[in-house]
Design a protein around this ligand. Structure first.
Ligand SMILES: C[C@H](O)[C@H](O)[C@@H](O)C(=O)CO
Ligand SMILES: [Mn+2]
Length: 417
């Protein structure tokens, strides 16, 4: 049977429970995921700044990591060629590209330092998202935006302001919004004596950064909370409560990273609540194993549940989905492709759920039938719809894409010594 024939048969099966597979496909085809550049080089960036810091870690030393802008761009191209749909690239400020002998510090970054990324994105019709980089820098060894040292705090405020200008440049040049996400590693290893002071300083720093004049229809500023980091176990300054209130009060977006909460808390459950009170919401989809370990996104229960909530809330255009993982122990391009395909797969899977029927069963309190149907749906012929989705988007079906990655590893990555 051809892929199309298998799809036609699956379509009939889904139709019986009131699901229109064509409609589901066209809904998901319009959705873009922001692919994070930092999986390509273990969050290294191009500053040669040295060690990753801020309580995050990329572990492993699989050969072939990108060392230059050219290599990273080529790797991104290779990964995206295996992912169905049109997507976005998420950059960190540490990926600025300088002319030889031109390097400036992070507080002095300008749009021109990202001109090559804009050119790259334009040529491919991609959008760009952006993040100030508040780690892996000599001035980020203690606190950053919440620092008690005014000179340090000013440096990072200026960095934030510079990034707002760069984000606006991206949006203007590319004709699509730019999500500017602020995450800082500030926190304490052990019980702090003052939890208020650092948070008051963070609040003031954010006020200063967002006082820069920018077009709110082009730049969406988001704030990303975190419960703890390595070496920051007792307290993080940018906690969930802090940012949820700050974003609500200042009309910014919250960014929820599903590695940043207590292990029994799930982001999927937070999505509908956030959407009731905010027009837009941003996500970092990742996979925490025992801690915020940033493993590659799988087609697992929580990824599916996150996707289901987005689709059920009819919020594909209100939730800005980005990925955030960095696994240095496997082929980095394969990591990207697996994570991206799984996120899209989860969205398509969600769009194939008979949402109204299931909600109806809940509302009439038919929990026995609800459980039965939710379980039976798991063995519906989703794979046939997914294969057809890949065929429509002209990317390899099933595991066929891996040959391309293996060849690239042999021909290109293995030469990076
Ligand atoms: C590199 C990212 O900005 C970083 O992972 C941040 O988003 C985060 O999740 C930190 O734990
Ligand atoms: Mn994150």
């Amino acid at each position: 049977m051809t892929t199309k024939q298998r799809y036609e048969s699956a379509k009939e099966i889904y139709k019986k429970i009131g699901v229109d597979t064509d409609e589901a496909i066209s809904k998901i085809r319009k959705t873009s995921i922001s692919m994070h550049c930092w999986q390509g080089d273990d969050v290294g960036g191009f500053e040669g700044a040295g060690q990753l810091s801020g309580g995050i870690q990329a572990t492993g030393n699989y050969p072939g990591k990108a060392r230059t802008p050219e290599e990273l761009m080529a790797d991104i191209d290779k990964a995206l060629s295996l992912v169905p749909g049109k997507h976005r690239i998420n950059l960190h400020a540490s990926y600025a590209i300088f002319e030889p002998g031109e390097k400036v510090d992070r507080d002095k970054l300008e749009p021109k330092h990202f001109a090559r990324w804009v050119e790259f994105a334009k040529e491919r019709g991609l959008g760009l998202d952006f993040n100030p980089t508040y780690f892996a820098h000599p001035k980020a060894e203690g606190l950053t935006l919440s620092s008690e040292k005014e000179e340090i705090r000013k440096f990072w405020i200026d960095h934030g302001k510079a990034c707002v200008r760069i984000a606006e440049y991206f949006a203007t040049e590319l004709g699509t919004h730019c999500l500017l996400n602020i995450w800082i590693p500030d926190g304490f290893k052990d019980i702090p004596a003052d939890r208020l002071g650092p948070r008051a300083r963070l609040k003031d720093s954010l006020d200063q950064i967002t006082s820069v004049e920018y077009d709110k229809s082009k730049v969406y500023i988001a704030v990303e909370s975190k419960v703890f980091g390595i070496g920051l176990e007792a307290c993080t300054v940018g906690s969930h409560e802090f940012y949820m209130n700050y974003a609500a009060k200042n009309d910014l977006l919250c960014l929820l990273d599903n590695g940043h909460y207590h292990p029994t808390e799930v982001v999927s459950d937070k999505i509908p609540s956030m959407l009731l009170f905010s027009d837009k919401l941003a996500l970092h989809v990742t996979r925490p194993i025992r801690w915020d370990s940033d493993h590659v996104v799988l087609f697992d229960d929580e990824t599916k549940e996150i996707a289901k909530e987005i689709v059920r809330c009819n919020a594909l255009d209100r939730v800005l989905i980005g990925l955030d993982f960095f696994d240095a122990s496997i082929n980095r391009i394969s990591a990207w492709v697996v994570g991206m395909r799984n996120m899209i797969k989860a969205l398509l899977y969600a769009a194939l759920q008979p949402a109204e029927k299931l909600a109806g069963l809940q509302n009439e309190r038919s929990f026995t039938e609800l459980m039965m149907l939710m379980e039976e749906l798991k063995s519906y012929p989703f794979g046939d719809v997914w294969d057809y989705y890949c065929e429509l988007n002209e990317v390899p079906e099933r595991e066929e894409w891996f040959t391309t990655v293996s060849d690239y590893e042999k021909d290109v990555l293995s030469n990076r010594k």
